[in-house]
Write a protein that binds this ligand. Structure first.
Ligand code: BTN
Length: 251
């Protein structure tokens, strides 16, 4: 067993903003939703919420994020940057790179896939759900939700994800051993904090450059948006953090 533990994460993380307060629940609907509730109670910037399991974990575009107990990482971090709404969108890229850093600290190569995925061996290992609350047009809170498959094994993925399991992996599967979830969470927080400070100090250019170099641009992609399905080659990430795709019809 490798229980998640708030104190263990606090002590392991070499950070000065993220994780000064870490709240842990054995089971919660969604760590993002729990953090929204804590914001309403005045939670401080840097507050972290972790849960062993989620009953209604949220994924991108309204999808459910499957969160069984005892194996993976479900964590949300509260930031309060004074940025515009478009700038906060770049935090999905920052979060993906932070997950990729923590994965690579275990000796395997990780790649980022637009907009919010982290892949190992071309399979999804984790993702980010960044959610923003505004008040009078200003950013009140930016909640970075981080989900990573750490210790779930192949039979577990097959059972949970069904057909989609072929496109999923875990760090345990990639490195062949159990991962310390608290140490992994601490690495994510350290990287996220450093990348947050770097972004505030140096702007988006270095972030976009690094994201491009750690993604797999140049490959064929399918873009699915509501009822539109188009195919083409992923060319680059533009200055707003949007993916530029060269469609088969030349557009
Ligand atoms: C995605 O790839 O669709 C994003 C998944 C993000 C899942 C994490 S798990 C912790 C946090 N709480 C949530 O409800 N969602 C995020």
């Amino acid at each position: 067993m490798n229980p998640l533990n708030a104190d263990a994460v606090k002590h392991a993380a070499q950070t000065r903003l993220l994780g000064q307060v870490v709240r842990y629940w054995e089971s919660v609907d969604s760590t993002n939703a729990a953090l929204v509730r804590l914001v309403a109670e005045g939670a401080l910037e840097g507050t972290v919420v972790m849960a062993d399991a989620q009953t209604a974990g949220r994924g991108r575009i309204g999808k459910l994020w499957v969160s069984p107990p005892g194996v993976n990482l479900h964590l949300s971090v509260l930031l309060k940057p004074s940025l515009s709404l478009p700038e906060t969108r770049l935090y999905t890229l920052i979060g993906s790179l932070a997950i990729a850093d923590a994965v690579e600290s275990h000796g395997v190569k990780a790649q980022v896939k637009w907009p919010n995925d982290v892949l190992v061996n071309d399979k999804k290992i984790g993702g980010i759900l960044a959610e923003v609350q505004t008040h009078d047009g200003r950013i009140n809170s930016l909640i970075m939700g981080i989900g990573v498959n750490l210790n779930i094994d192949r039979p577990g993925m097959n059972q949970l994800y069904g057909e989609a399991a072929a496109g999923a992996t875990s760090l345990r599967e990639a490195i062949g051993r159990i991962v310390d979830r608290n140490a992994f969470a601490a690495r994510v927080l350290e990287s996220l904090e450093q990348r947050h400070f770097d972004f505030l100090a140096h702007g988006k250019a270095p972030l976009l450059k690094e994201w491009r170099s750690r993604s797999f641009l140049g490959r064929r992609v399918t873009v699915r948006e509501e009822d539109v399905h188009v195919e083409g080659i992923a060319m680059t990430l533009d200055e707003e953090g949007c993916l530029v795709v060269n469609l088969d019809d030349g557009s």
